[in-house]
Design a binder for this molecule. Structure first.
Ligand SMILES: [Zn+2]
Length: 135
């Protein structure tokens, strides 16, 4: 088991050697203050899953943005679903590289909801344009 008090990279979440000035994994400066201990222990407890009922994936910003873009893509003719789709894929890739940041559930919600409504509004816009052009 790793010591919960040890420093972790504020960017990628990997454990840092006390002597390290920069993260060996991503090169992020290690001088940043460590994460609040309570957050670390809760995060470790929730390590097993990606459920949205658990922790919000603050470290996986693309996944979080994908989730919110996906939610807002439900608004008719608001083409943010495409952004949610792309951000969701970026979020999933980031999570695959650094599983500690989590956010897979948020990313998938962005991909599925954003992709679905992005397609619906795009198809509907296309249908309206065709209908107008066809007179
Ligand atoms: Zn790092």
């Amino acid at each position: 088991m790793s010591n919960p008090e040890e420093r972790t990279c504020s960017d990628c979440g990997r454990p840092l050697d006390p002597a390290d000035a920069f993260c060996r994994s991503c090169g992020h400066a290690a001088s940043a203050p460590p994460t609040v201990p309570g957050v670390i222990s809760r995060g470790a407890a929730a390590e097993g899953g990606d459920a949205t009922g658990g922790l919000i994936p603050y470290k996986n910003v693309p996944a979080l943005m994908a989730y919110y873009c996906g939610v807002f893509s439900i608004i008719p003719f608001f083409p943010i679903g495409i952004a949610a789709f792309v951000l969701g894929i970026i979020g999933l890739k980031r999570r695959k590289r650094k599983p500690v940041i989590r956010g897979a559930a948020h990313a998938w919600i962005g991909i599925i909801i954003g992709g679905l409504f992005g397609l619906i509004w795009t198809a509907l816009t296309g249908a309206i344009i065709i209908a107008v052009l066809a007179g």
